[in-house]
Design a protein around this ligand. Structure first.
Ligand SMILES: [Zn+2]
Length: 189
């Protein structure tokens, strides 16, 4: 039987995924998400591998939650701040991109709710269910965690531009002085 795209991705980056338990390898962060996100998941894994360089960074979880990708990671060493910021940045862009990427084909999409309330972004060709209403001025605005200084983080509202794969507007902090240990992507000591 052919390997899944997730298995092939893990084989390419075993240092980010594989742990040994009882002498056996396993991958707790095996990506659990729609096939339409295959390319963006491969991209974020590649980017994290590049920016982490030889530092011991591992994914804890990559999965779809409420229609968008959520990525959790850890390190067992003290990372230079610039590397930690770079990892947070590539992960924030991938999570934002997933919210506007069709879960079926990977084209640009928007969030739809199925008849049982399941949320997924879908393109016009694969649209099913009811499109979620968007409010003028708040399209593609995401909450993004930014590391501002040592041990201090900020949650900001940023607008994601899918074409540029970048956050494009000015930063508007809405929660300041957030302890890093309360964020969703934390160092585990
Ligand atoms: Zn589609």
């Amino acid at each position: 039987m052919d390997n899944t795209w997730q298995e092939r991705l893990i084989d390419l980056h075993p240092h980010l995924f594989i742990r040994i338990c009882g002498g056996l390898p396993f991958s707790p962060a095996y990506p659990i998400c729609p096939d339409g996100w295959q390319e963006l998941v491969a991209t974020v894994v590649e980017r994290v591998s590049e920016v982490a360089n030889d530092h011991p960074v591992q994914f804890r979880e990559l999965s779809e939650k409420c229609g968008r990708l959520r990525i959790y990671w850890k390190t067992e060493s003290i990372l230079p701040k610039r590397i930690e910021r770079s990892i947070e940045d590539v992960i924030a862009r991938a999570e934002a991109r997933s919210a506007v990427t069709c879960a079926t084909c990977g084209a640009e999409g928007r969030l739809f709710a199925s008849s049982v309330g399941r949320l997924l972004p879908l393109c016009s060709e694969h649209a099913q269910g009811t499109p979620l209403p968007t409010h003028a001025g708040s399209e593609n605005v995401h909450l993004v965690r930014v590391l501002a200084a040592d041990k201090i983080g900020t949650i900001e509202c940023r607008r994601y531009d899918r074409r540029l794969d970048a956050f494009v507007d000015g930063r508007n902090p809405i929660v300041e002085n957030l302890p890093i240990t309360k964020s969703n992507s934390v160092r585990e000591n």
